[in-house]
Ligand binder design. Structure first.
Ligand code: ARG
Length: 419
């Protein structure tokens, strides 16, 4: 049907009032842009990292310090970090100082050498080079004034380090969480879906390239998982492991060289539900793929401790798995409570540990088996305390998840892998 055309008749003459508004707006936009530019170039605070080695001569090196999860290592790191915090907060760099973190402790020719990362935040007007000398100057004061520790600081000892290089140091150490990689203070574990890099030690153990179980990266060549995952197939050639938080789009896939099932695994009672998987060629650590720490054999997780279970398992018994890795916060339950008549009534043995939430709800489920029950220490270093093993259905009150208790098998892990 025909429609008569309506030609818009634009006014050709310019209204001086409108022109005025445009000019003013233009000037304002230009001013704001220049202002923001100056602000970001000169006044905005940016993070800067420095690395320093502290030679502590009066602390005796012991083999306990080889393990970042040992009480000795934790206490010493904390003492050094506290000393750094006090020192910098009382210095001329108090406003710029953010955090001190001990990445590594090793044996020195006398005493120990602690590698330290220092985070500062300052504006582009402060030049990096002058900061170097200021930091070194403050550290040098420790030489004669560091409480119980005798510290040697050499002057060439403080070096600026790019964020990527600091990250490379951190991913080689076990249990480094995403918040550590940026030396920020806090981690926000939001919701139930994980994001890339949140649980870098979580792997998917796959049978004929399909997800079958979770697995836990404990070195560049070894994973920890549950023995019951291999109930039907034990031939390593049919298994592979993927890394990355998405099953559909993994960051790496690696073949399996060897499977070591605990010789005393008993399917009926779930006892000794633990296995080791050796990768064919190992995996290169990245920001999103690196190992978790192992607790020591003599360590115990306190009842009530807050822990996380992660996996691609189903959301209800009999359901299907998910593509995006999920996480759940649960609490450690004592074996006595877990063995109460209304709970598992004696089925939980000393190589197992229970975790759940008071009314039920959050729990592991089918497909999560072999995955980690992990806890962060006060310095945000994560260790694996449990391996998803069994439970009656999922998330029911008085029916928490039952996990293989890792410290109980710590010596077996060392015997088999040297880790
Ligand atoms: N056996 C299950 C699996 O193969 C894991 C069961 C864990 N159940 C639980 N309620 N926490 O994936």
């Amino acid at each position: 049907m025909y429609r008569p055309g309506r030609v818009a008749s634009a006014t050709r003459s310019l209204n001086p009032f409108v022109v005025g508004i445009f000019v003013v707006a233009g000037v304002v936009i230009l001013g704001v842009t220049i202002g923001l530019l100056i602000h970001f170039l000169a006044f905005a605070q940016k993070p800067y990292l420095y690395q320093s080695n502290l030679h502590i001569t009066n602390v005796e090196y012991t083999s306990q310090l080889d393990s970042p999860t040992s009480q000795e290592y934790r206490t010493l790191s904390r003492t050094i970090e506290n000393l750094m915090n006090e020192t910098f907060r009382a210095s001329s760099l108090a406003r710029q100082f953010r955090r001190a973190y001990v990445v590594r402790i090793r044996q020195g020719n006398q005493g120990v050498i602690a590698t330290l990362l220092l985070k500062f935040q300052f504006t582009g007007r402060t030049t990096g080079a002058s900061m170097n000398t200021r930091i070194a100057e403050i550290l040098r004061q420790l030489q004669n004034n560091s409480g119980t520790m005798t510290i040697n600081v050499s002057s060439e000892n403080v070096q600026p380090i790019p964020a990527e290089a600091a990250q490379d140091i951190l991913i080689r150490e076990c249990g480094s969480s995403p918040e550590l990689m940026t030396l920020s203070f806090e981690r926000i574990i939001a919701g139930t879906q994980a994001r890339a890099g949140d649980w870098p030690w979580q792997a998917s153990l796959q049978l004929n390239n399909a997800h079958h179980c979770g697995a836990i990266l404990i070195s560049n060549a070894w994973l920890l998982t549950a023995a019951h995952c291999f109930r039907s197939v034990r031939d390593p050639r049919r298994w592979s492991v993927t890394f990355g938080y998405l099953l559909s789009n993994p960051e790496r896939r690696v073949n399996v060289r060897r499977i070591i099932i605990h010789p005393n695994y008993i399917a009926e009672t779930h006892e000794n539900d633990i296995a080791l998987v050796e990768l064919n060629g190992g995996v290169t650590f990245t920001k999103n793929i690196h190992r978790i720490c192992l607790p020591q054999a003599n360590q115990n997780i306190p009842v009530g401790a807050s822990v996380y279970v992660t996996g691609w398992g189903s959301l209800q018994p009999g359901g299907t798995g998910v593509n995006v890795l999920r996480q759940g916060a649960v609490q450690i339950i004592s074996n006595d409570n877990c063995n109460a008549p209304q709970s598992y009534n004696g089925l939980v043995t000393s190589g197992m540990i229970c975790a759940g939430t008071p009314g039920g709800g959050t729990d592991a489920c089918q497909g999560d088996s072999g995955g980690p029950l992990a806890m962060a220490d006060s310095r945000q270093i994560w260790s694996v305390w449990g391996i998803v093993s069994w439970g009656y259905e999922c998330g029911l009150p008085d029916r928490p998840g039952v996990y293989t208790y890792v410290p109980y098998y710590r010596d077996w892990i060392t015997q088999q892998t040297g880790i």
